[in-house]
Design a protein around this ligand. Structure first.
Ligand code: ZN
Length: 156
């Protein structure tokens, strides 16, 4: 299996069996995101504890395989991280998906980086980039409590 096949395998697997799907109990932050270009919808819920650690995170949504797989992978990686680390990982991911060849975050283990890198293939398709980044922008909106629905059309 080559790298591209491995990446596709991971995306398909997460698309079929999304992790952390549903509404987490006792969430204290949430935000919604919408990508009108593709019709993707996501609602991210998180429980941030007193130490600002993401104790639990989940999502509900509907949309294409890329958007769902990306949300699934995101919740998987963000759980257990503190607020600062979570934001840094989001920045790193958004940088990678738009221009950087690889991830630089020190808050991610190698296997976590592999999971994220499987989304790097969408770089060649600007429309798909919005599918992949929707849940990540929505996570930041939830953490920052902006109460604003993310619309991927208005994001750069
Ligand atoms: Zn999509």
């Amino acid at each position: 299996m080559n790298l591209k096949e491995l990446y596709q395998e991971i995306i398909l697997e997460h698309g079929k069996n999304p992790r952390n799907l549903g509404k987490t109990d006792n969430f204290n932050k949430d935000a919604k995101g919408h990508n009108p270009l593709c019709g993707d919808n996501v609602h991210v819920y998180l429980k941030l504890n007193g130490q600002r650690i993401v104790e639990d995170i989940s999502f509900e949504g509907s949309g294409c395989a890329i958007s769902m797989a990306s949300a699934s992978i995101m919740t998987d990686l963000i759980k257990g991280k503190n607020e600062h680390e979570a934001k840094e990982i989001v920045e790193d991911f958004l940088g990678m998906i738009k221009e950087n060849p690889k991830l630089n975050s020190e808050n991610l283990k190698e296997d976590e980086k592999t999971k994220l890198m499987c989304l790097s293939g969408v770089k060649q398709y600007p429309m798909r980039v919005k599918c992949a980044t929707l849940s990540w922008h929505t996570l930041i909106s939830a953490i920052d409590n902006t109460q604003e629905e993310i619309n991927s059309e208005t994001l750069g």
